[in-house]
Design a protein around this ligand. Structure first.
Ligand code: F3S
Length: 422
């Protein structure tokens, strides 16, 4: 290997095979990756959110099983992302048995590798909170943007190389790990009353609008006050959906920018945009493609809900029945579902006919039209979906091909019970 990257003695020893062939090979890949982007050296990472190998991607499960058998073992705390089915109760989402059986093989592989089986897009909701300034390697755009922006960790958008970072504890010093690349590029002055921005769906719509303007740059948002964790996760997920935003700053709220000047690292050459209610209305119009009448799918939990959000839904749904012919999924991770079971929320929710689905969501499931075609499955009959998440609305319209309505959480619940969008 011909690299000009500076390596420490420890890294050189790893490259000489001191920690075995799997680690040597993984570090070699990381160095090649860094060389491609002219990284000068490697940094130590303290945490990894690992891509869950999904059975709907050809060869993905077989690959991780083989890798784990070769002795691949992570060396930093590592959680993992969503699967294509609920592994504990695969039948509830209607996934064919052979796909579910294939998917289940990742569990033992991940266990062998030392990965915590979280299978979620919101590891930050279940205790994976690295300290401010920590270098980490993560997949899942909604988690990445939260780690970078709200916690002030440093991560790029990870892909396959996340595996090699988890194995070596290393990542090339590049992209958002460099302070200079964390400088704001656009200022968004939000001119909407705070009370209106205090709802999950509205903040999602705002994020989507800003993301569609800024693309892959770094927005600085002025005019949003402190929000609860759930709202700010929805906001970030939306920013990362319309654009490919990886980092944002809200001066006085997110930790790297106390002021607008801080956010731009004293530069003055940035674009300025104003965002008003009219811009938010445009986003709702975009995702409101359902007219009044019957609906067939309602989804909450994008990104995956936490216990408080599940408690809220349970309280609202108590004693109701989901309308005949309507699927109502509330998506979360397996640990939170256990907590919900313990607290009685699982029973309250599922007595109504709704499902508390773990490990997956409609977008990641076998229901994608391309997956159905590839595996010869019947394309699910989903014509209309109601959701409080702009990310879900965007991807189900693209991947499942259904019409959508973006609305607040209470209206989603009401629609599931009535079976109609009124
Ligand atoms: Fe998570 Fe699925 Fe949304 S993976 S972020 S619930 S599209």
């Amino acid at each position: 290997m011909d690299s000009h990257m500076f390596l420490t003695d420890t890294e050189k020893a790893m490259l000489d095979g001191e920690k075995g062939e799997v680690v040597r090979e993984a570090l070699d890949y990381i160095i090649q990756f860094g060389d491609a982007f002219q990284a000068e050296r490697l940094v130590d990472i303290v945490y990894c959110h690992y891509p869950a190998e999904m059975a709907i991607y050809q060869g993905s499960v077989e690959d991780v099983v083989e890798y784990s058998q070769r002795g691949g073992k992570v060396c930093v705390p590592t959680s993992n992302s969503t699967l294509c089915c609920d592994l504990e109760r695969p039948d509830i989402t209607g996934i064919p048995k052979e796909l579910a059986d294939l998917q289940s093989k990742v569990e033992s592989a991940h266990r062998r590798m030392g990965i915590c089986e979280t299978y979620t897009c919101t590891p930050q909701k279940i205790g994976f909170i690295p300290p401010f300034g920590a270098n980490i390697a993560t997949v899942e755009s909604s988690a990445i943007i939260y780690y970078n922006s709200v916690l002030g960790c440093r991560t790029n958008r990870g892909g396959l190389f996340t595996r090699y970072s988890a194995i070596t504890g290393k990542y090339p010093l590049m992209g958002y790990m460099l302070t200079k690349n964390r400088r704001g590029t656009h200022l968004f002055k939000v001119n909407i009353p705070h009370e209106k921005l205090n709802a999950y769906d509205t903040l999602c719509a705002l994020g989507f609008q800003i993301g569609s303007i800024v693309g892959s740059d770094v927005p600085v948002i002025d005019g949003i006050k402190l929000q609860c964790q759930n709202n700010i996760i929805g906001f970030g997920a939306a920013l990362a959906t319309s654009g490919s935003v990886t980092l944002y700053h809200i001066p006085g709220v997110t930790p790297e920018a106390r002021t607008i000047e801080d956010a731009f690292q004293s530069a003055t050459d940035y674009e300025v945009h104003e965002v008003t209610q009219k811009d938010i209305d445009i986003v709702y119009e975009k995702f409101n493609t359902i007219s009044f009448g019957q609906i067939d799918f309602v989804t909450l939990g994008c990104p995956h809900y936490n216990l408080e959000q599940i408690r809220y839904v349970a309280e609202k749904l108590k004693g109701e029945k989901v309308a005949k012919g309507v699927r109502f999924w509330i998506c979360t991770n397996r640990m939170t579902r256990k907590q919900a079971e313990y607290s009685g929320y699982l029973k309250t929710i599922e007595d109504t006919g709704a499902l508390l689905v773990a490990d997956t969501c409609p977008v990641e499931s076998h229901m994608r039209s391309s997956t159905c075609r590839e595996f010869g499955l019947t394309v699910p009959n989903v014509d209309t979906m109601i959701t409080d998440s702009v990310k879900m609305a965007r991807y189900v319209s693209d991947l499942i091909g259904c019409k959508t309505r973006l609305t607040d959480t209470d209206s989603c619940i009401k629609a599931a019970v009535s079976g109609r969008w009124e």
